[in-house]
Ligand binder design. Structure first.
Ligand code: ZN
Length: 260
């Protein structure tokens, strides 16, 4: 069964529990017996971010691993510290967000394509993580609505024209909790500040559209200054955390590796 290894946790003296995302069964937990023994032939293939073929059999509580064969070895990720940290962060996030089950061949292909891109990309920016988050959640059914105000339906073109007449901080707002754009008039009615609004200009909206629809190559060279980058990061991470209904792994692990 084709699988992406997400994490491995110690269990008893020589065993580990492997978490993996599989094409057929979605996320699974598998008991790998004796995998910590130095003579184990499976150990090296079960590192997180490995794409492998797992053979498993049902057990009493957990399925048992019988055999593991590598499918893709990401040499380009393993040889680059930044790529390695980004890939490690993303598999721990996938592991945190997904419940067991949820088999989805489209989601599996999405993971595989991203890691293949990461493996071969000449350079990677942490913005790719933001884009991955938005796109991952789009695939889970949380597509951000960016073309018009979610409340009154006013389209983006009209919001831009109104902004020319009365310039203010952005053409509208992204609502973290509602997952889409809100025009300034509808935003002004948010008295209890329940929408979680972040002001956005036209470029921010185009950036988010590209995060959902653009190719990874396009995103890797997307023009972004520091202030837009920190705004987009805030939107992507808060949006995902809110809809995942749990905290996501601490992103500072990725940021630190870019400070070196
Ligand atoms: Zn509106």
């Amino acid at each position: 069964m084709q699988s992406l290894i997400l994490s491995r946790k110690d269990f008893r003296e020589y065993d580990q529990i492997i978490s993996a995302y599989t094409v057929e069964q979605g996320k699974i937990q598998v008991l790998a017996r004796g995998v910590k023994k130095i003579t184990s032939k499976h150990g090296c293939h079960l590192e997180p971010v490995s794409f492998v073929d797992l053979t498993i059999v049902p057990g009493k509580e957990l399925s048992h691993l019988i055999k593991v064969q590598p499918i893709i070895f990401f040499q380009g990720i393993q040889a680059d510290m930044r790529k390695r940290v980004i890939a490690g962060y993303l598999v721990s996030l996938i592991d945190r967000v997904l419940e067991d089950g949820q088999g989805d061949a489209g989601l599996f292909s999405f993971f595989r394509e991203f890691f293949l891109f990461l493996n071969s990309a000449p350079a990677v920016h942490p913005f790719l993580v933001d884009a991955f988050l938005m796109r991952f959640f789009d695939r889970l059914g949380f597509r951000p609505l960016l073309g018009a105000c979610m409340h009154c339906g006013k389209d983006m073109h009209t919001m831009i024209q109104e902004h020319w007449k009365t310039p203010r901080d952005g053409i509208g707002f992204f609502s973290i909790r509602e997952g889409g754009m809100v025009c300034p008039l509808c935003a002004s009615k948010d008295e209890g500040m329940v929408m979680g609004l972040v002001p956005c200009d036209e470029k921010n909206v185009n950036t988010m559209l590209c995060m959902i629809n653009g190719s990874w190559e396009m995103l890797a060279s997307w023009p972004l200054d520091d202030s837009e980058r920190s705004k987009i990061q805030k939107i992507a991470h808060q949006f995902v955390e809110y809809h995942a209904e749990r905290t996501i792994p601490d992103f500072s692990v990725v940021e630190r590796v870019y400070e070196i």
